[in-house]
Design a protein around this ligand. Sequence first.
Ligand SMILES: [Zn+2]
Length: 178
Amino acid sequence: MSPEPLPTTLDVRKAAARGSVISGAVSLSALPRLRDALASGEGSIQAQCAFGRDEENRSIVTVTVSAELMVSCQRCLEPMPLTLASENLLAIVGDDEMAKQLPAALDPWVVEGEQGDLWGLVEDELILGIPVVAYHDTETCKELLDAYRQPPATLETDGDNPFKVLEQLKSGSKQQEN
Ligand SMILES: [Zn+2]
């Protein structure tokens, strides 16, 4: 795909009538909702929007997104790279009412007015594509966890050892009973 930036907005119905295919890069720093779901601002996003009409003469767009992002591993909480690739066919509609009339298999892209927000569309696709939980492969994750645990002796001599606190609480309550 092109290293040039994807246009941020586009006259989507004109693009559908022409069968335009638009591709380019999207800046992660411009997508705050996506950034909130990530471990860091590092990464790259490429997208392609192929416009056209279906057999019912609806304006449609096929959105293809590929991205390299950083998310938090839910086991060791360290950042990990995530590669996302998705393709989705959407029908371009003017409002929510038209969206409801679409067949169930066709997702709506609501564009009020002429200009569709292409970057917002790509952001939505990526937010939907991020897995709810992501893990390192077992070996990488284990190495990171092991690195945290060293040296193991520190925990046992810790003055705030929760087990000791528990013992003190127990003996304290016994004394009160007596
Ligand atoms: Zn991990």
